[in-house]
Design a protein around this ligand. Structure first.
Ligand code: SF4
Length: 457
């Protein structure tokens, strides 16, 4: 008899949620006050990576750099959360909670980062107040040497090159955000080291007080190691010892030459701050190289070894980005992860799992239900092993199990815009046919388990 996917309910977190969040309102989330993502090349922000982005007012930041985060839209959503209403932009969390009201959605995980005092202040005070950030995820620019299948030209310069050279991807009718239509050159009007008002405001805020108040600065991209602004910040940190206690985190593909990696590690060695790394992975070898175009599995593995052997990085985590094809082969990757943990301990490569929802045809919704159930069951069988239960952290078990539940139960990937569910598999095929031609790849040879289904589309 097959086991049903069930959410894992962490008793401590459930109790914390009841005591700290539910006593405020049914929709309260600390991320709306103390957490932000920013794409400074384009001047965009969001409260977390599940939220759609919105534009930062360039005139407002010239007067007050805190307006990078405290935008009118966020202030309005804070008001809604104080009153127990659910902002539409936070749908990722509401869908997760609707699947099972005991599901621990990201609004809970996000909120646990902040002190109970700070959360209380956020709830009690006016939604119009400006708040200093506790956590900031920042992209200085979109420069990246890779062009992963589910990414796009607004966050990868290599994706922009593909569209500039080969033109738009044709015939995709469910992609409401138009990911593959233009090189999106408008999102990066400035090239380093030319002036960019948003980056300038960031460094002004950083220099005045952000370096004191921020607990975590997470640098993303593009690929942060390819951005001149990252190296400028590392220079600041090297030249201002003992000034800041902010932990620096890098979301990095770890897929570049040895010299770049050693330059980074040499900086880390000379800076007081604690550094963490978040890298990506969800498939092995050829499957991984297919989904993440530009990635070289062996180079990534070698760089991971170099990071581990350096002993300089406080924590190295792994982000699994689950598109439909990467679901095939995920369990094999979990075996690799288990093997890493056997020799390096539970905390090494702590994995989070996030389904791709945009463009919608990359979501697991394109797969036939019998395949989804089989993948879900394979994950559950893996997770049921005693050794896995012992070596994977509670956070990982929660995330991986949640993905098994998602595979089994998810009906609607999102409701941000309308799309025809029946068109998703067709768009999937239209996309990967063009991706194969442009990138010299072969979907069916790489994913033989999906070949019959793919050929039938
Ligand atoms: S409720 Fe969810 S989607 Fe909204 S800000 Fe919080 S974590 Fe992000």
């Amino acid at each position: 008899m097959t086991e049903k996917a069930q959410p894992i309910h962490n008793e401590y977190i459930i109790e914390w949620k009841k005591r700290v969040l539910d006593t405020k309102s049914a929709s309260f989330c600390g991320a709306k006050w103390y957490n932000a993502s920013m794409w400074l090349n384009a001047g965009w922000t969001a409260s977390c990576f599940h939220n759609p982005i919105h534009q930062i007012d360039v005139e407002a930041i010239a007067i007050n750099p805190k307006a990078l985060h405290n935008t009118p839209q966020k202030k309005q959503e804070r008001k809604m959360m104080q009153e127990g209403e659910k902002p539409l932009n936070c749908q990722f969390c509401w869908v997760m909670e609707d699947v099972d009201d005991k599901n621990i959605s990201d609004r809970v995980w996000q909120s646990t980062q902040f002190s109970e005092d700070d959360l209380q202040k956020a709830f009690d005070n006016s939604h119009e107040d400006d708040y200093n950030l506790g956590y900031l995820e920042v992209s200085f620019d979109r420069t990246c040497q890779m062009a992963c299948s589910y990414c796009n030209s607004s966050i990868s310069s290599t994706w922009a090159k593909d569209i500039r050279k080969n033109g738009r991807y044709e015939g995709l009718i469910t992609d409401g955000r138009n990911h593959y239509v233009s090189p999106s050159d408008d999102v990066q009007p400035y090239e380093f080291p030319n002036a960019n008002s948003y980056v300038d405001a960031f460094f002004k805020w950083w220099d005045s007080d952000l370096h004191r108040t921020l607990q975590v600065l997470r640098i993303t991209g593009g690929e942060p190691m390819m951005s001149g602004h990252t190296w400028k910040l590392l220079d600041w940190l090297r030249n201002n010892p003992n000034k800041s206690k902010t932990r620096i985190e890098m979301t990095t593909n770890l897929d570049y030459d040895h010299e770049t990696l050693m330059r980074f590690l040499d900086n880390v060695d000379r800076i007081d701050q604690e550094f963490w790394i978040y890298t990506s992975g969800e498939n092995l070898g050829a499957k991984s190289e297919y989904v993440r175009d530009g990635h070289e599995w062996e180079r990534w593995r070698t760089n991971l070894e170099t990071v581990y052997n350096s002993g300089l990085i406080g924590n190295v985590s792994l982000m699994a980005t689950m598109s439909a094809p990467s679901t095939d082969g995920f369990v094999e990757f979990l075996e690799f992860l288990l093997d890493q943990k056997r020799s390096r301990g539970s905390e090494w490569l702590r994995m989070s799992v996030n389904p791709v929802r945009f463009p919608t045809f990359h979501n697991i919704a394109v797969l036939p239900m019998e395949m989804r159930l089989r993948y879900s069951q394979d994950i559950l069988n893996f997770m049921a092993r005693d050794e896995v239960q012992k070596l994977f952290t509670t956070f990982e078990k929660e995330h991986i199990n949640r993905f098994a539940v998602y595979l089994e139960k998810m009906d609607v990937p999102h409701q941000e815009y309308e799309y025809d569910m029946a068109e998703l598999p067709k768009d999937f095929k239209r996309f990967y046919t063009q991706y194969d031609q442009r990138r010299g790849k072969n979907f069916t040879a790489t994913f033989p388990n999906l070949a019959d289904w793919y050929n039938s589309l």
